[in-house]
Design a protein around this ligand. Structure first.
Ligand code: G6P
Length: 369
């Protein structure tokens, strides 16, 4: 409704959209969690449980940030449903003559539902006999109509060119899809219930991230004017790092490169210096000690590190600055880490005086070739 389009007390739409996430997420989740059977209720998918069990692979496609969230989603699906899953940029997929498999579930991810590369990829998959569901925000958009079913994101209108709240909704959409796929396969009732409880806590936990806004603004100040930045993460954290770097590039025009933490030592460590800060995404997962080891290597070479991590992670003795997000279910931590990086990019851009809602050279959706 019209109230959704009001900027209210916010300086930019981006700010408004970041801050409305607790409310929009609660709305998205409402009515979609089935506590009795510890699964999600995704009627729009249009796929019955027997058929759902038959998929041997899941492939997410999307462009830009939607592609990075597809990568987060692929991890969730592998974690919870143990189905091989990956993500690819739709802009690449559509041109490389991909092999379309009838027992792969394709997931088209798009805020606008109008991105030409994604739409073409959907049609190409369908022409060759593949099944595509959509994770789309705009109701009735071309991609939403083209897909064989899907999950509407219900994030409300997103005006700012750089996507924020819709990305969070996409990640939550994938979590619900992963839960649904998991529960018709190996995921136990108890683990399903654990994910449901985690999803129910998310709006409140996202609010807790937003409450650290001043602290994030302070950390942003130390990144302003850096020649270039690394955003590093591994496994679940890597797509978060990619999205964090993307957001920073889009709205601050500062150069940033995302890298797998594990790959730093195979090359880019040579670039670490006092003028190249690193933003490290450190989920509280089974790889936390390895991540801490990598942070030590960066600081030992004179690199400044800002760690985006969870309250429960012990970084004592390390010379790093940290921003904490709440602990939570390991499969859902990416959501909280992503929100913190949205605020970080916002504050760097504000401190640089950028045109935050309309960055140069970018369009909200690319509907032409
Ligand atoms: C454009 C925007 C990006 C966005 C991408 C996909 O390139 O600048 O911010 O992530 O399109 O848009 P979609 O509407 O398909 O999510």
């Amino acid at each position: 409704d019209a109230a959704d389009l009001e900027i209210g007390g916010h300086d930019t739409y981006l700010h408004k959209e970041i801050f409305e996430q607790p409310e929009s997420l609660a709305r998205m989740l409402s009515g979609r969690l089935d506590e009795r059977f510890a699964t999600a209720r995704l009627d729009g998918l249009g796929i019955d449980p027997r058929e759902l069990r038959g998929f041997k692979r899941v492939k997410a496609i999307g462009c830009g940030s939607a592609y990075y969230v597809g990568q987060m989603g692929a991890s969730m699906i592998e974690d919870l449903a143990r189905i091989p899953a990956d993500a690819e940029a739709a802009s690449e997929f559509r041109y490389r003559n991909p092999i379309i498999e009838p027992d792969t579930l394709y997931v088209a991810v798009s805020q606008s539902g109008e991105t030409a590369d994604t739409l073409f990829a959907v049609r190409e998959i369908q022409r060759k006999g593949g099944r595509v569901v959509g994770l789309v925000n705009v109701v009735g958009s071309t991609i939403a109509r083209q897909c064989d079913g899907g999950i509407y994101l219900h994030a409300g209108p997103e005006i700012s060119v750089a996507s924020t709240k819709v990305l969070t909704h996409m990640a939550v959409g994938f979590a619900m899809l992963a839960l649904t796929l998991g529960r018709v396969r190996d995921l136990s009732y108890a683990d399903g219930a654990r994910i449901i409880a985690g999803l129910k806590s998310l709006p409140e936990q996202v609010q807790q991230v937003l409450d650290t806004d001043d602290e994030i603004a302070g950390a942003a100040a130390s990144l302003v004017g850096a020649e270039s930045l690394f955003f590093v993460g591994r496994v679940r954290g890597y797509p978060v790092a990619r999205e964090g770097a993307q957001k920073l590039k889009e709205i601050t025009y500062q150069h940033a490169e995302a890298y797998q933490t594990s790959e730093l030592k195979h090359g880019p460590l040579a670039l670490i210096s006092t003028s190249m800060p690193t933003v490290a995404v450190v989920p509280n997962d089974e790889l936390v000690d390895r991540n801490i080891g990598a942070l030590q290597e960066i600081s030992a070479r004179g690199g400044r590190v800002l760690a985006l991590t969870h309250e429960g992670v012990n970084l004592d003795g390390l010379d790093v600055q940290r921003i904490n997000v709440p602990d939570g279910e390991v499969e859902l931590q990416v959501v909280l880490l992503t929100v913190a990086l949205q605020l970080l990019a916002y504050h760097v851009a504000t401190q640089l005086g950028r045109d935050i809602d309309r960055p140069r050279n970018l369009a909200k959706s690319v509907t032409v070739e």
